[in-house]
Design a protein around this ligand. Structure first.
Ligand code: BTX
Length: 323
């Protein structure tokens, strides 16, 4: 009910709506409306109430709540269920816990993560309100070996979601998004599968939006949307990315069409044409990146031998620096 009232207020776009209208439209008493409004205010919304005029939203809180995320979200699959947390260990861990019974497209968002994770157990810095820390639960009918492509979809949707808002970024294959050679976003794709079928995929995306001061251990390589000079709202970025994700995901799943995603990955690659180091466990070797295949694998040349890398356990570094 609270969500319905909030939607009516948001639809009015900062104009008054009377308590009577709300109570008639939703079939509840005016005092029930008032109680819900009180509750909505406690969530941080500024709502003006004037006798004979009713209620109007003056200001929405800078939160990524279920109602705010779902409001006017232009999707058919993603974000029909949004689970919002003020704090959580890791949205990926929680997504995996609930994945079995969750609907495809469920999104888990938290204002902060106390145990945010990167790949291979690495830590992911996720301060309250500073960024977007979210996970999407997917249940695609594809083989487990095809799952790494979902990371490419996530990367492409972040890059084009940001581009729509006027921010240029690049993909450092396979799972980092960078601006000015620094990491603004990271993707962690995890799989729940049997040998020949996927039960679920959890795609975790972390993006630094408002962070100015990073801790010592990531300071050199991390940046944020704000640090790069863009004053964007987290909610606008989040919606833009989710809508792009759905578009590319459905193309892949329904039409088996990877071409648009791969085009974005190639055109916005931070590594194609560069000399890099490939890191796998203790192993470190040098190569030149030449392309990304139609499957989303990285093509490298080492000692005149061409090779394809699957994202899995591989990390790459520039020959001088992080990129
Ligand atoms: P990664 O393993 O490629 O990157 C992790 C590395 O990035 C760390 O070792 C550290 O050097 C650096 N780092 C840590 N925090 C940040 C940060 N905030 N910004 C830039 N660099 C950082 C990347 O893994 C995948 C990250 C996914 C994060 C999302 S958030 C929602 C979801 N839940 C969860 O626990 N993880 C994902």
């Amino acid at each position: 009910m609270r969500e319905k009232i909030l939607n009516i207020l948001l639809d009015k776009n900062k104009e008054f709506v009377s308590g009577e209208e709300i109570s008639e439209r939703l079939g509840i008493t005016r005092s029930a409306v008032w109680k819900h409004i009180k509750n909505i205010k406690q969530q941080g919304y500024e709502i003006e109430s004037v006798t004979k005029k009713g209620y109007k939203i003056v200001k929405c809180p800078d939160l990524l709540t279920t109602e705010i995320v779902k409001y006017n979200l232009n999707t058919n699959l993603l974000g029909k269920e949004v689970i919002y947390c003020d704090t959580i260990g890791s949205t990926n861990d929680y997504a995996k816990e609930i994945a079995k019974n969750a609907k495809e497209g469920t999104i888990i968002i938290s204002e902060e993560q106390t145990k945010g994770r990167g790949r291979m157990g690495r830590y992911w810095h996720s301060i309250k309100g500073d960024g977007i820390w979210m996970s999407i639960i997917l249940k695609p009918n594809i083989y487990p070996h095809e799952a790494p492509f979902i990371t490419q979809i996530a990367g492409a949707s972040i890059v084009s979601g940001l581009k729509k808002l006027g921010v240029n970024s690049l993909i450092k294959w396979p799972n980092d998004i960078i601006i000015n050679n620094k990491k603004v976003s990271g993707i962690l794709t995890e799989l729940g599968a049997e040998i020949d079928r996927i039960n679920y995929i959890v795609v975790g995306m972390g993006m630094n939006v408002k962070t100015i001061d990073f801790p010592e251990n990531v300071k050199e390589l991390a940046t944020s949307i704000k640090k790069e000079g863009h004053n964007l709202k987290r909610i606008d970025i989040l919606k833009s990315i989710i809508e792009e994700f759905e578009h590319l995901y459905l193309k892949y799943i329904q039409d088996k069409d990877k071409s648009e995603c791969i085009k974005i990955c190639r055109e916005n690659s931070a590594v194609i044409g560069k000399n890099i180091y490939i890191l796998k466990g203790e192993e470190k070797r040098k190569a030149k990146c030449v392309d990304i295949t139609e499957e989303g694998n990285l093509v490298i040349i080492n000692n005149n031998i061409k090779e394809e890398l699957i994202s899995g356990e591989v990390s790459i570094r520039g020959d001088k620096d992080y990129v």
